[in-house]
Design a protein around this ligand. Sequence first.
Ligand code: HEM
Length: 516
Amino acid sequence: MPGMIVLYALATIAVAQTVFHVFKSYLRRRKMHPGPTGVPVLGNVLQVPTSMPWYRFSEWKEQYGDVFSLDLAGQPVVILNTYKAAADLFDRRSTIYSDRPRLIMASEILTGGIFMIFAKYGEVWRKMRRASHEAFNLRASEKYQPDQCKEAALNVLDLINEPDLWVDHLKQTTASSILSAVYAWPRIGSKDMPIIHRIHAHTARISGAVVPGAFLVEIFPWMKRFPTWMAKWKRDGLEWHEQETQMFEKLNAAVAEDMATGKSDHCFVRELVETEQRHGLSKKESAWLAGIMFSAGAETTLGTLLNFVLAMTLYPEVMRKAQGELDTVVGRERPPKFEDKDNLPYIRAIIRETMRWRPVSPLAVPRCTTEDDWYDGYFIPKGTNVIPNVWAMNRDPKIFPDFDEFRPERFLDVTETFDDVPPNTHGLGHATFGFGRRICVGMSFASQVLFIQMAMLLWAFNFEKPLDSHGKPITPSKAECIDAGVVVLPAAFKTNLVPRRADVRSVIQRELENMA
Ligand code: HEM
C-alpha cells in the first residue's frame, strides 16, 4: 500500500511537471530558430530517428536553414549546420557553449560524473583537460612517434601474413598505439585480448546508454531519485561503475608498481602519477582519465582507418597518385617516417579528405548552454542542447561542391602544395575533431597515428577490389555504415591487400632491426 501511494504521488508530480514544461517550451520555441513543427508534449521526438539522425538533420537544413531548433519533449535543441555557426558559438562564445548536456545514465550513474567526454564544464573537467592536454598536445605527442612508427611497421608484417584479417589487425594496431601511450604496455597480442574485449565492452555500454530512448530517466529526470531497491537499472549501473573503477585503478596501480621498481617506461599514467599533486586529481579520477583515452581514441581512430581503406579501394587513381608521391619522396629502400611528413602534401591531404568525407562522429558530442544567448536574431535559452551537425558541415555544397567524392586535391593549391582551407576549421579542413575548448584533446596524437599508418599502408600495399565468381570486381558500398552509438563505422566490406613488391617484408624487417 505505501508503495502505491508513492507511485501515485510520483505520477501526479510527473503530470504537473509535464503540463508546465509543455507551456514553457511553447512560449520559448516562438523566439527560437525556426524548425519542424512537432506534436504537443513530445514535440519533435517522433520525427528524429534514433539511428543516423544526421541524415534527417541535413534534410531539415535545406528546409529551415543553417541553424534550426527542435523541441524534444520540452528539451530545447539547436542544430548547427555550418562551420561558421559552430565557430561563432563554440569557438567565439566558448564561455557559454562548453558544457555538456545532462546524461543521467551514461555520465552520472555509469561513470560517476568523471568520464571526461561527458563531464560537466566544471572543476573536475578542467583538471582532467589540463592533465591530458599536457600529455597529448602537439609538442608532447611527438614523444610517441617512435612507438607509433614501430607499431605501423609491425602492422604491415601482420597484414602480409594474414591479409584476410585486415580489420582485426587494424583494430589491434590502433588499440596497441593507445595502450602503449597510456599504460606503457608492450605490443598487445592474444594474451591481452580479454582485457581489450573488456575495455571495448566498457565503451559499448556507455555508448548504448547515450542512445535516445535507452533509459526513461533521461526523459523523466526525477526517476533518478528512485531508491536502488526499486530501480534495477540504477542498481546495475552503480555496481558496474564500481567494477569499472576497480579495473581502471588496477591498471594505474600496475604502472605505479613498475615506477617503484624502476621498470616503467614513459607513459601517460606515469605522468599522471608524477603530477598528481599539481593537477589535484584523486586516484579514482586519474584512473578514469587514463581509461577514457582508450574509449575515446580506439574506435575513432580505427573507424577513420577503415574509411581510408574504403576510399583507397573505391578510388584507385587516388591510391596510385599517393604511391607515386611516396615513391618519389621516400623511395623503396625504406618505409616512410615522420620526418617525411612535410614533403608528402598529398598524403596529408588524404588524411584531411578521409576525415571530411566520412566523419566517424557525424554529430561530434553535443554541448549545453550555461546562459541565455541570442544568435542571428533568435533566442537560445540557457540549458539548450546544441548539436553540431558535422556531417552537413563537411558536405556543405557551397564549400565542397562535389562533397560526396573522395578528392584530396581539394586540399592542395594550384601548385599542388598544401592549402589551409576552408575558414572556421582551425586550419584542419573539416570539423571532425570538434570545436573550441572541448575540441578533441587527443587530436595531435590521433593525427600522428593516421599519418604513419596511412603512409606505411600505401607504401606497402595496393588495395584491390576482390572478384566475384564471374571475375567481375566487387565494389564496396560507399554509403552503408553502422551507427555504433558514439562512433559510426563503415559497413563490413572486402578489399584485397596486395604487397606492392616482393621485398616489402625484408625492407620492413630491416627497418625494425634499425629501430630496436
Ligand atoms: C580520428 C580519431 C579521433 C576523432 C575523430 C575524435 C573526435 C573527437 C570529437 C568529435 C570530440 C568531441 C569534441 C567536441 O565536443 O567539440 C572528441 C573529444 C575527445 N577526444 Fe577525441 N577523437 C579522436 C581520437 C582521440 C584520441 C586518440 C584520444 C586520446 C588519446 C581522444 C581523446 C578525446 C577526449 C579525452 C575527448 C573529450 C574532450 C573534452 O570533452 O574536453 N580522441 N574527440
